[in-house]
Design a protein around this ligand. Structure first.
Ligand SMILES: *Cc1c(COP(=O)(O)O)cnc(C)c1O
Length: 489
């Protein structure tokens, strides 16, 4: 065979990717200073501003060929990246469902990257840290310690894992070898308010979107179990195989929590897997005052939750929990010779996390969760979560008190849907008015909210998963919406 690298003498150099340690230390300190300054003075900047054309042009440049000083790279970052952030760290960001991050979480990501372990497995502390974090998250949702779990990229992957295990359970493990070829279609059920990630999951799992039933909801946007039962009966009569019921612990539109206890009973009676999408609301179980809303979640066969939303862990980290640990493991476990686990050496230690999900190589996501939960503790987290729910209720009150604003859905948790509604006006006009109002508000850089559609109605939507928001920010939001609405009407 021809030699790939013929000039061995030249190629056997000592060049590597390390910096000069003294200048790296100086630069690192500058980065920490810049990061702290940025967060400490965040309010002086717009919540959001669009990257201007010259920035986008520089961010389209081709691959750099020659080295450049790290100081220059950092200067590029400060000029072209940092100012055009999303704004989740700002007290007036209430768009979609976004957490605000924590400072210790940011430090943790730096430390995790410094250690640079691959947390797929091995006898290393990061694996134990992940298992400890998983035990804490199980404790939060009321799961036993023996349950299975895995940190994943977010709620989407957590839902995917839950449904994959459900499919595996239903086919008694034959799905891995045979696929679904010998099966009549498997059918899953969620309310019409279920999240798009669940559709993606059934699509990728080969179940088919058509077999993910959308069950009608009641006036509080909660799943109707009588309708669910009718659908299941019809599907059974048609020769299909219902296998999974999905409950929402906080819907993305309105924050509605399905009657999880009733759903757990129902799934049990029907012999169906019960999965809870807790991407938004599962961690509200930290609060003794909110816990009653979530009763029944702890009976789920699997739960998907997000740490980068209401736990404010820096992006990205979510968590899949499965009551039957062995079932989760047998869904994903695959050990070729090069991954065999010996009894001694670095390869020993606890079970490998990679046996519980899709990823083999995995980052040290657990450290930021571990440090943040240790620094702040469950009780403070609970208070901050309760504060957000109170802020949603306060916004509801301000809307009800305003003759020009109209609430469009009951406030179940931390999400408020409303619109500017000056006087009698057609649906079409109200939609156009509120769409324009939303864009002007976003472009003002004063606050970010997002939108959705409820029935036929276009809704402004504020989601309180922000630990920096204060009462006066909620008041300012109402002032801004009223002012822009007046200018437009
Ligand atoms: C955000 C969200 C998801 C998806 O979670 P990601 O972390 O964005 O992948 C799933 N379900 C609900 C209800 C959500 O709000």
């Amino acid at each position: 065979m021809e030699t790939v690298i013929p000039d061995l003498e030249d190629a056997l150099h000592d060049e590597n990717l390390d910096p000069d340690w003294d200048s790296a230390r100086r630069l690192g300190h500058q980065m920490v200073d810049a990061a702290i300054d940025y967060l400490a003075t965040i309010e002086e900047r717009p919540v959001w501003q669009p990257p201007p054309p010259e920035v986008i042009a520089r961010l389209s440049a081709t691959l750099p060929q020659e080295p450049q000083p790290a100081e220059q790279v950092f200067a590029d970052f400060r000029r072209d990246v940092l100012p055009y952030n999303q704004g989740t760290v700002h007290p007036r960001y209430w768009g979609w469902v976004k957490g605000s991050g924590t400072v210790i979480g940011a430090f943790a990501d730096f430390l995790a990257a410094t250690m640079n372990p691959n947390v797929g497995g091995l006898n290393i502390a990061p694996v134990y840290v992940e298992y400890q974090v998983l035990d804490w998250l199980k404790e939060i949702v009321g799961y036993p310690r023996e349950a299975g779990g895995l940190l994943v990229s977010g709620g989407s992957e957590a839902n995917f894992v839950g449904l994959a295990v459900a499919r595996h359970a239903h086919t008694q493990g034959r799905d891995r070898e045979e696929g679904l070829t010998s099966h009549r279609p498997l059918v899953a059920y969620m309310s019409s308010e279920g999240h798009s990630s669940l559709q993606k999951a059934v699509e990728i799992l080969g179940l088919g979107n058509r077999y993910l039933r959308r069950v009608p909801v009641d006036e509080n946007y909660r799943i109707r179990i009588d309708e669910l039962e009718k659908m299941i009966n019809a599907d059974r009569n048609a020769g299909l195989q219902p296998f999974c019921v999905i409950g929402n612990a906080g819907t993305v539109n309105t924050g509605a929590i399905d009657p999880l206890s009733d759903l757990a009973d129902f799934a049990q009676e029907q012999g169906l897997w019960f999965h809870v999408d807790g991407a938004i609301g599962a961690v509200a179980n930290l609060s003794p005052r909110l816990r009653p809303l979530l009763v029944g979640m702890e009976r789920a066969d699997s739960i998907g939750l997000d740490a980068h939303k209401w736990l404010h862990i820096n992006y990205q980290v979510g968590c899949s929990l499965v009551r039957d640990r062995e079932l989760q493991r047998s869904t994903f476990r695959l050990i070729p010779p090069y991954l065999e686990r010996p009894t001694r050496g670095i390869g020993a230690g606890p079970e490998w996390p990679s046996e519980y999900g899709l990823q083999l190589s995995r980052g040290f996501m657990a450290l930021k969760v571990w440090m943040s939960l240790k620094e702040h503790g469950a009780k403070k987290y609970a208070r901050v979560i309760e504060k957000n729910v109170a802020q949603a209720q306060y916004l509801e009150q301000l809307i009800e008190a305003s003759p020009r604003l109209k609430l469009l859905a009951p406030v179940s948790l931390n999400i408020v849907c409303f619109r500017y509604q000056p006087e009698e006006s057609s649906e079409e006009k109200l939609k156009a008015l509120n769409q324009e109002l939303l864009l002007r508000l976003q472009e003002s850089g004063q606050a970010i909210i997002s939108s959705t559609t409820l029935g036929e109605k276009f809704a402004l939507r504020a989601c309180f998963t922000n630990h920096r928001t204060r009462k006066k920010d909620v008041e300012l939001l109402v002032d801004l919406v009223e002012k822009i609405g007046r200018d437009l009407a």
